[in-house]
Design a protein around this ligand. Structure first.
Ligand code: T5A
Length: 256
């Protein structure tokens, strides 16, 4: 999908004299009406996150929450991003994680730490500065993916994962997580129609079923934050489901 490329990576504790490097189109410290919001899209391989983020981004830009022709839109801008790979460093980590040049097996804990490094860079360098400036962020995967893939999939210790998620995010949680629920086999088939499979898509079917169980358990545990979307429907209908959830949620945020 097309990612927002309008800005450079911004360190969290940006010294004042470097603030000129912030993106030109962001009203620096002036968007005080509403803090930004983080909306995350989660799901198994090929569940349609990229497709939906693109569709929802296009739709949102025409709504009164973001339309610049409106007198006071709720958000300064809408940004689409992803994990891994939302920053320059993240893109290199994504390559190491999904398309490694060497045959040397990536150890499970190494994999976990690389995802955490990507997230730490993404949160401090991009998500937090944008949220502080009132952006609505649509993020393809976040902390729940680590719990589902490294926790349930690789069966690494949950306390270790929670601790690393906390370190990497500094406590930044999503305001809303849209879980695109789709059968594992269907998702893998969709993903594979696009061509070669990445390192994680090549994992066993049992691994992917455990990941799906992870998302199912997370949705049960955090019903206020995680909303299930039936991703087995045709793309336009999936978009409509997401729009319904977002209209409700954005309306509530507007009143806060
Ligand atoms: N990971 C990530 C971890 O293990 N731990 C972590 O902490 C994090 C953050 C990321 C990998 O990293 C892992 C998870 C992943 O394995 P990725 O390439 O970003 O790698 O993988 P995915 O997020 O799975 O991305 P995909 O592109 O594979 O899937 P999407 O984005 O969910 O699906 P999308 O939109 O690309 O659609 C796939 C195909 O299906 C079609 C599309 O046209 C496309 O061809 N499609 C539909 N077809 C029919 N009906 C619909 N409703 C359709 N929607 C889409």
């Amino acid at each position: 999908m097309s990612r927002n490329t309008q800005f450079e990576t911004v360190p969290e504790d940006l010294p004042k004299d470097l603030s000129e490097d912030l993106p030109r189109d962001l009203p620096r410290n002036s968007f005080e009406k509403q803090p930004g919001r983080l909306v995350v899209f989660e799901g198994v391989e090929g569940s349609g996150k990229t497709t939906q983020i693109k569709a929802v981004h296009t739709w949102l830009m025409e709504t009164h929450w973001l339309n610049n022709r409106q007198e006071s839109p709720l958000f300064s801008q809408c940004v689409a991003t992803r994990e891994p790979g939302g920053t320059g460093l993240g893109q290199q980590l994504r390559q190491l994680l999904l398309h490694p040049a060497s045959d040397e097996p990536l150890q499970d804990r190494t994999e976990l730490l690389l995802y955490a490094a990507d997230r730490a860079q993404h949160v401090a360098g991009m998500l937090k500065p944008l949220l502080a400036q009132g952006a609505l962020i649509l993020c393809d995967r976040y902390t729940d993916s680590t719990i589902a893939y490294q926790g349930y999939g690789r069966q690494l210790d949950r306390p270790l994962i929670d601790q690393l998620n906390q370190i990497a995010t500094g406590g930044l949680q999503s305001d809303l997580t849209l879980w695109l629920d789709l059968d594992v086999e269907l998702g893998l088939a969709r993903a594979q129609r696009r061509g070669s499979r990445d390192r994680i898509e090549q994992a066993t079917i049992e691994f992917h079923h455990r990941v799906q169980q992870g998302f199912t358990d997370l949705a049960k545990t955090f019903p206020a934050r995680i909303v299930r979307i039936d991703a087995s429907q045709p793309s336009e209908q999936v978009t409509q489901q997401i729009q319904t959830v977002l209209i409700d949620r954005l309306g509530k945020w507007a009143k806060e």
